[in-house]
Design a protein. Sequence first.
Length: 569
Amino acid sequence: MTHRLMARLKALAQAPAGTAANWLVGAEDSVAFLKANAQSEEIVIYASGPAVLIHGVLAPAKQVTPADQEDLMRGFVQTDESWVIQKSYGGGEGHKVYLDPPLRHAGKSLSGGEKLIFRRTFHGVQKGESPLELNQKLVHSLGLHFVSERNAYCRLDGHGDIEDVIRVLRADLGNGRESLTAVTILARDLSTYMTLADMALVFLFDFTRFVPGSFNGWGDHDRIDRRTPDLFYHGGGIANASYVNGRMIVRSAIPLQQLIDEWKEESNPTKREYAIFKIFDRKNCVEVETSCAPEFLSNYFQESDLPWEISPAFFRADVLHRFKSDPEKYTLNDRTISCRNAWHLKGYDINEAGQVHAYIGDLARLPIEEQRYWQSFNEWPKGPISKRAHENDIMGEFSLEYDPLHLLKYKIGKLNDAPPAWWLPRSPEHLDATRYPATDSTFEWANEIMALDQLVVEGFLLKPLRKVLEDKGAKAESSWASLRVLGAILVATGLSEGQAMTTLTPFSRLHGLRSTLRAHSSVIEKDKEERLARSTHGTLRAHFKWLVGECDKAFDAVLLALDVEALNP
C-alpha cells in the first residue's frame, strides 16, 4: 500500500516521463486524488512537495454545515502555526498576556478547530527539514505511540501485533534537491475522533505546476471556478503551467450511535465464541470433549455434574514454539503466558510425559483465535498434571520440587543486584531467554544450551578473576580463559586439581556443547552429542534439566570460593 500511495503522490508532484506537457496544464486532475483519498481506508491528511500542498485541519462541524465558502477560501493555515503566548497593550485594557490558539487567524469557520500537523522551525539551531509534530490530543485519545523504526504512530491490536495508525512517509524525488513528505491516518480512527469531537476535516489544498526557471507569471489566463457544497476551488492555466487552489470538507462516516452499538456488541457475553477441548474431567474422573464456554463448566461451589473449570486439557509440547520464538510479543514465564495487550494464560505447565497442560477455565478466557490455536495441539492425556501444578493449583501449597533453573536464575538475579567486579550482570533478556526445552527437538535443545551458556559462563569476567587469583597468591597463564582461572581459584582455596576440575565440569561441558551444537561443527559430532544425551537421560529435555542441576551445584561452589554469601532463597 505504501508504494502505491507514494506513487500516486509522486505523480502529483512531478511530471511522469514523456508526458510533461500534459502534466503541466493538468493541475485540476489532482482534485481526483482528493476525492479518492476521502473514500480510502487510509487518508492522506498532509502532503508537501513540488506542485503539492494538502493540509488537513479540523473545524467544528456546525461551523461548516453548510460551509461558508468565501470565509474558508479567505482563511489559510500555515504549517508552523501553533499555540503561542501573546502579549498586548492598548485599547484601554492595559497590559495583557494570554494564550492564543493555532487557528486564530484562519477565519470564523475554523475558529475553535484543531490543527493536526505542526512543522516548527528552531531558527539558527535546527538543520534540514522541519520535523513533523502531531496533534497530541488526537495521538493520546487514540492510544498511539511513536515508533521510530516504523516512522509511525502505533498501537497494539487485539492480537498483540503492532498496528500503524498514523504514518509519516517521505520520498526523494530523484533530483537530489526536492522531496515529498506525507502523513496518513486510518480513516476509521479519524472518523471516530471527529465524531466524538464533533469536528469535520477541512482540506486546504494547492496544486501548482510549472517549470522552474522558465515561468514568468500567470498574466492573462483562462480561469476556472468550481463549487459544490463540500468541494470548491478556483484555478487556471497557460500554455505550460496550471494551478488549482481550494477547500474540501470531509465528514465523519461513523455516527455516534454506531460507536455505542459496537461497544455493546463487544461487551456482550452471548456473542463470544468458545472452542471444544479434550480434557480430563477431574470431578467425574473421565476423559471428555467439551466446550470451554462458562455454561458447560462449574466450580467447587456449584452443585452440578459439569466438569470443574480447573480440569486440565493436554497439548503437544510444540504448542509453546510460537511463544518462545517471539519474546517481544509474548511473555513466557514458568507458569504463565501473556500476549502484550491481548490475553493472559495462567496455570500452564509440562508433565512428566512431556505434554503441556492448561485448565479449561483459563483457556475460556483467551480470544477465540487463540483458543483455536491451542485446540489444534490438543490431545488426550498421557499422564497426570505435573507435580508442581498439583501442589500449587490443586493442594494450594508451595511446590517443594527441586527446580534447578528457577534456583539458578534466582541466584544470578541476586548477584546482578550487587555484582562483584568479576561478574557481568546478565540482562533481563538473558534471564528470560533461558528455558527448559518444551519439546524433544534438537534445534530447540541447542538453542537452550546456548542461552544457558550465555546466562552462566559468559557472566564471569576474565580480568577481575585474574586479580582474584593473584590476591590468593597464585598467577594465571596468559592463555587461560575464565573457566581455567576459576579452576585455579578453587585450587587456591584448598581443592585438589582433580576436585577443581570435577567441580567445574558442568560449566566446561555446557560451554563445549554450545560450541559443538551451535558452531560450525560436523554433523557427526552433533549427532554424537544428541545420541549421548538421549541414551543417558531419555529425552533432550531431561538432559537439559540434569545439566542445569549440575551447573547450579557448580555455581554454588564457585560463589563459595569467591567469598560470596549463599544466595539460596
